[in-house]
Design a protein around this ligand. Sequence first.
Ligand code: CFM
Ligand code: HCA
Length: 531
Amino acid sequence: MSVTEKVIDQYSSRVYKNRKEHIVEVDENASNQIAANVRTIPGIITQRGCCYAGCKGVVLGPIKDALTIVHGPIGCAYYTWGTRRHKGKKEEGIDNYLQYCFSTDMQEPDIVFGGEKKLKKSIDEAMDLFHPSTILICSTCPVGLIGDDIHAVAKWAEQEYGIKCIAFSCEGYKGVSQSAGHHIANNQLMKFVIGEGDREIKNKFSVNILGEYNIGGDGWETERILKRIGYEVVATFTGDSSIDDLKNAHLANLSLVQCHRSINYIAEMIETKYGIPWMKVNFIGVKGTIETLRNIAKYFNDPELTERTEAVIADELGLIQDDISYYKSKLKGKTAAIYVGGSRAHHYQHLLHDLGVHTILAGYEFGHRDEYEGREVLPFIKPDADSKNIESITVEPDPAKYHVYLSEEDLDKLKEEKLIDYYGGMVKDMQNGTFMVDDLNHFETEEFLKLLKPDIFFSGIKDKFVAQKAGILSRQLHSYDYSGPYAGFRGAVNFARDITMGIYTPAWSYVKAPWKTAPILEGTLGGSEAC
Ligand code: CFM
Ligand code: HCA
């Protein structure tokens, strides 16, 4: 029996058929087609989040000067505020609401009689206390079910207070997972924010960083390197960003896409409307960062910039090389499994490879087939459950703001080389015999860990404990267990240090479950006495 069969053999036939399509043993001579972005089977303990988490928590959460009101129960508001790490620096003249959690705190009477009045009251209060220039409203499941018109309330707020107010109908149930919420957030930012700015950009080497959320300070490290070389970062979507930055994104000369899943819609629309092409980049991993910097320099095609790029690479490498060699000597030959959202399961394979660690299993919670197999599969992806619920907006070139940096001929050359408008997906960087698993659930996590025995399992908060109880080290790749940054050159050292410390402190492998070591005393577990 193969590993895959062993894992899913215990399912009933219907579940077996479904899950079989989500598990691929990589084989370079096969298609490696995977089923992705389909609803989780009810009853299965998935690690996925919801549409609202993707919109409010992920894309909008890091925008520091927008006062974002969650219209819904307080638990939803708290979840997207207290878990995702939104790091932002105070900037002169720019509000920062990241430390606050705003919600209408819907109660049963609001569900029965409607919540619009309460939402308006919350906006009145927010204006009174904070005077924000932008309010974002995000709806949670009950709002969609009872039909509160948050878009009408947003219009009212704009007229009443002369501010920008944008509503996001991102009810949790609306899509397969977080990915539906990314799409909704992308649409509204495109419609109501991007293109409105008129900042003067003097530096022709100007870029946007798309899909960089500054977890653990990654965005700051990426920006530090880019600025050292001589780039101007116009807007970052959306780590440590402001609405004003995002309004000016149409003025850059290139969009760099770090997380393809969460922002590919905006990347494409910016290109169509304003002429700015996008390049898939990866600032995770030393080799990944170097390759990315060289690719960006290739696009701007300027001898001095290319020279500075090489000088900065040499200098940064010089500073980290000894540390990386030391950690590599400690980590070489170890194995890893990675299961995160929609992009890090790929990016971190590069950094692990730099350190001599072999990734034997990788999966996404909600990546689509293009994140697994590459954008070449886009024409073959059937309309998914999300496409029924989520608007797909189209944009036209804006004659006043459309601008090009490269000639059509030069751009076409880069497209042929797959440096522009292309993402190759995770599978191309995975070796034969390794596993790609989509929407990995609790049960499968336990089984795969037993069979593959990786030295480390990179996960989120929900699945971390499955690994630890199995005696296997786990590091969170969403929050970095409050460490970081892990991006760029300096980040690679932080990461190597953290996992070396973990691997050489195998505390979890020493822990035995109490029921395996001591007899269970009568009456201490279960039954009415225990309650
Ligand atoms: Fe992109 Fe992200 Fe990710 Fe993502 Fe996320 Fe995240 Fe993630 Mo958690 S945007 S897909 S929805 S890289 S919040 S910063 S860590 S699941 S792998
Ligand atoms: C989300 C946010 C999350 C959750 C992390 C986790 C994040 O999807 O709602 O499950 O550990 O990165 O904060 O992905």
